[in-house]
Design a protein around this ligand. Structure first.
Ligand code: AP5
Length: 211
């Protein structure tokens, strides 16, 4: 396989960002993430696209999906510039999955499977380093450097109330996407409830097997 085209699926907090960073580094592919792209442009005026709210922030802070037209354009642009990639955060509904089919072929489709109780624990304990973008967890993966610990920030949508809404949106919209890839026989399920290193061992082996 030339540079692999990898799709990583999973619920909020399943570890997509954590594993995608490793995949990007080890397989030398672009990390295309709709969540980070939207967070970087949260306050951009999207009202011209005939949307209910005027900015992505208003959808994200409620735990709702940003309208397809906004997200499709981000992914189309990013994939057109990447030979290999790991795509994280998209597609999140069946309409986006159909859109993706018109943009690219995929070599590997991974699903990180984690129970809902564990997802809530991971998301409410997640912290980010605003200087490096590195992801930590207060209990599972705290930073060693006290200076890093002091500057950690919580994502606006990682409060308990918004997390519940994000999981509801996931069950309603994104789980059917995972079921779709499973029904066409391309889905590789990974036990995402293991430690990050154990998950990585399975992720790496699955991508290498597809090569
Ligand atoms: P997005 O940023 O994509 O968030 P998400 O899918 O909800 O996923 P997360 O980033 O929260 O979790 P993750 O799976 O990456 O987990 P992580 O590795 O950080 O989307 C945010 C919002 O943007 C959406 O709600 C929506 O509004 C909008 N949006 C994005 N894409 C869209 C689209 N396509 N269409 C429409 N709207 C869109 O890990 C979580 C925590 O657990 C961390 O603290 C980590 O350290 C820890 N951890 C990770 N792995 C393990 C492990 N194995 N064991 C223990 N702890 C672990």
């Amino acid at each position: 396989m030339a540079q692999p085209r990898i799709l990583i699926l999973g619920a909020p907090g399943a570890g997509k960002g954590t594993q995608s960073a490793k995949i990007s580094e080890e397989f030398d592919v672009e990390h295309v993430t709709t969540g980070d792209a939207l967070r970087a442009n949260k306050d951009m005026d999207i009202s011209e696209m005939d949307t209910e709210y005027d900015t992505a922030r208003e959808y994200m802070d409620r735990g709702e999906l940003v309208p397809d037209a906004v997200v499709n354009a981000i992914v189309d642009e990013a994939l057109s510039q990447a030979d290999g990639f790991v795509l994280d955060g998209y597609p999140r509904n069946i309409e986006q999955a159909k859109e993706l089919e018109g943009m690219t072929d995929l070599d590997v489709v991974l699903s990180l499977d984690v129970s809902e109780e564990e997802l809530v624990h991971r998301l409410t304990g997640r912290r980010m380093d605003p200087e490096t973008g590195d992801i930590y967890h207060l209990e599972y993966n705290p930073p060693e450097d006290p200076a890093v610990e002091a500057r950690l920030e919580q994502r606006d949508d990682d409060t308990e109330e918004t997390v519940k809404e994000r999981l509801r949106v996931y069950r309603e919209n994104t789980k059917p996407v995972i079921d779709h890839y499973e029904s066409v026989g391309v889905l590789e399920r990974i036990d995402g409830e293991q430690s990050p290193d154990e998950v990585w061992t399975d992720v790496e082996a699955t991508i290498e097997d597809a090569a």
